[in-house]
Design a protein around this ligand. Sequence first.
Ligand code: ADP
Ligand code: MG
Length: 263
Amino acid sequence: MAIALETNAADRPNLALAIEHVSHGYTIGDRPLPVLDDVSISVKPGEFVALLGPSGCGKSTLLRLAAGLDLPLAGRLTEDGRTIEKPHPDRILVFQEATLFPWMTVRKNVAAGLDARGLLKSEGYRVDEILRRVGLEAFAHVYPHQLSGGMAQRVAIARALVNEPKLLLLDEPFGKLDSLTRLSMQQELVQLWRDVRFTAVLVTHDVEEALLLADRVIVFSNRPARILSEVAVPRPHPRRRDDGDLIRLRQVLLQELGVTADV
Ligand code: ADP
Ligand code: MG
């Protein structure tokens, strides 16, 4: 149950991520498209950092580099001092769309990572634990097409957490959800982060989401993404969106993003 997960996690220190002078880009035809411009970020073990920036600035590109799915053109990314060169179950990326296997039940989807690593026999108990933890135990035998968007994303998060990642990379995980589901999922994510313990890097273009969840918000410019500023959010959880400090920080972040009106 949740207690077992907490105990397991306590044995495994979270992961520190260092992004050092990273630049990256793509080539479209024969023209270079610069996407990240000398980005440096260090994330402490157990910290929750939000990366906030306009659409298309390069946020997903940076998460793909942190996940080890791509290598940077310049600079270096390290986990606990080791260069990130390829994907690893310690670092898991959750996408905006819950990319579930449609032919597998919820339980099989969550178990798939352990199964692929040959760990299902010894570690399979974790599947039911995590399903309970995200409130999906009653849906274990349901197929993805029978799930709402919020439930599907909960499965995607469970599927990541069953591997007990030290670093969870979240790429606008609630971007496609309706606003009420989004609110409850944001609270659930914070609760999971506090109970299960992992280092979290969340990409979002939603100022309120960043302020509700993160210890620190890093603001990016338009493409090619540069770091414009960093804002600490020293407020305890659970946070209220009408918290006066958060409202003030919201104005600061909106200004950084170039939105100056009283919105
Ligand atoms: P964000 O997540 O901030 O919206 P992305 O990192 O997805 O931004 O994309 C940054 C820029 O890079 C965009 O202009 C996008 O079109 C471009 N881009 C992303 N992936 C590729 C790719 N594989 N090939 C070419 N261009 C890409
Ligand atoms: Mg993106």
